[in-house]
Each structure stands twice: as structure tokens, then as C-alpha cells.
Design a protein around this ligand. Structure first.
Ligand SMILES: Nc1ncnc2c1ncn2[C@@H]1O[C@H](COP(=O)(O)OP(=O)(O)O)[C@@H](O)[C@H]1O
Ligand SMILES: [Mg+2]
Length: 202
């Protein structure tokens, strides 16, 4: 049985960046966010359920769900957020664990699951080891603003809506520090991977 590593973090702390580091040395990564994107595409059951809840307001011109529009709506509506989570999360969990099963046919010792809401959705209970990709709030804000073309104020709100990174730090087994440059992050990643490999051998 492969050991499952749950990789998580806050928004823009560097989950995808660290996922690439795992991939680059042949460790398979399953990306929960990619799966979620797939599951809300036009024609899928989750799409229909979400569309039924919000109507055309959250659609792009091509009829697909516009994730930014949806996110802005959910921001001010906790009940709706809960509903969306109940639609999307169980599906994503099921598909991720299905992919794990497929990968296990290849005898891989480690599989990484990139799950932004690892702790919030109880996904950590399904993994052997949890790893947090850490960055400071100011790094997060800078990176969100650069990436998403939104203002600082909205970036701050997005961060505030999440479980605090300090809390995630307490819950995680290991922390990869991505608050400096990529070279430093790679070193932090190497150190953590070494520790994980050592712990799995015993
Ligand atoms: N150490 C770093 N220094 C500067 N920019 C970074 C660093 N790590 C990631 N980034 C950039 O910040 C943004 C968020 O990183 P990403 O890995 O996509 O985060 P996440 O997957 O956690 O949302 C990306 O545009 C990425 O290129
Ligand atoms: Mg990402």
C-alpha cells in the first residue's frame, strides 16, 4: 500500500509550486482542485445542482460556471457555501481516492494529494502524513494580487475567510517553508521529504 501524503496550505502559499517539486522526481500528485474544476463542468451533476441554486448569475458567456463569480457569491453567503461544499467535496474525495486506487497498481511507495481544504473537509483522516506549505500573510497577498488580478482588499478578505494558517501549522505533521525564494523552498522540501522517507522506512 502506498503511503498518502496530504499536501495543503492557504490560498497562494505555494501548494502547486511544491506539487511540481514532487512531480519532478517522479512522485505522483493528485490535484483535488483540478478534479473539482472538472466536476463542475457543464453536463456534470454538480454543475446542475449548483446552477439550480444560483441560476445564470454565476455562469460565463459560454455557459460554464465562472468560478470567480461563484466565489464572490459564496463570500457573503455562508449557508450557500455550505451547500456548495456538500455538493462538491464528497465527489472530489471519492474521485481522489479512486485515483489513488489506480495508482496503487503501479507499486508507487508515496502518493501526494494536493488538497487545499485538507483539514476543513476531514480529508486529513484519509492520509498518512499531512504537510503544510507555509507562507506569511504578506506573501500570500502579494502572490494573490499578482496572480488573480484583484485588489489587495479582496485578497485580504479571501485569506480571512479561510482557516488561519497558524491553525493549519498546528495540525500538520510537517511544514515546508515557502516564504522565501524558490531555492530556499526547494531546500525545505528536500528536508521534509527526507524526514518523511525516513519515517516511512521504520
Ligand atoms: N517562493 C515564491 N516566491 C515568489 N512567488 C512564488 C513563490 N512560490 C509561489 N509563488 C507564486 O505565487 C503564486 C501562488 O503559488 P501557487 O503554487 O500557485 O500557490 P497555491 O497552489 O497554494 O495557490 C503563483 O503565481 C506562484 O508562481
Ligand atoms: Mg494551487
Amino acid at each position: 500500500m502506498a503511503k498518502l501524503i496530504g499536501l495543503t496550505g492557504g490560498i497562494a502559499t505555494g501548494k502547486s509550486t511544491v506539487s511540481e517539486m514532487f512531480r519532478s522526481e517522479g512522485i505522483p500528485v493528485i490535484d483535488a482542485d483540478e478534479i473539482a474544476k472538472e466536476e463542475i463542468k457543464k453536463g456534470k451533476d454538480a454543475y446542475k445542482e449548483i446552477h439550480a441554486l444560483f441560476g445564470d448569475e454565476i455562469l460565463a458567456t459560454d455557459g460554464e460556471i465562472n468560478r470567480n463569480k461563484l466565489a464572490r457569491k459564496l463570500f457573503f453567503d455562508i449557508a450557500a457555501r455550505k451547500k456548495i461544499n456538500e455538493i462538491v467535496h464528497p465527489r472530489v474525495k471519492r474521485i481522489v481516492m479512486n485515483e489513488v486506487k489506480h495508482l496503487e497498481d503501479y507499486d508507487t511507495p508515496i502518493i501526494v494529494l494536493d488538497v487545499p481544504l485538507l483539514f476543513e473537509t476531514d480529508f486529513h483522516k484519509l492520509v498518512d502524513i499531512s504537510v503544510l506549505v507555509y507562507a506569511r500573510r504578506k506573501d500570500q497577498i502579494e502572490r494573490i494580487v499578482a496572480r488573480e488580478n484583484i485588489d489587495e482588499d479582496y485578497a485580504r478578505k479571501k485569506i480571512r475567510a479561510q482557516m488561519p494558517i497558524t491553525k493549519k501549522r498546528e495540525l500538520a505533521d510537517y511544514v515546508i517553508d515557502n516564504s522565501k525564494n524558490i531555492i530556499e523552498t526547494r531546500k525545505s522540501y528536500q528536508r521534509v521529504l527526507k524526514k518523511i522517507r525516513r519515517s516511512l522506512d521504520t
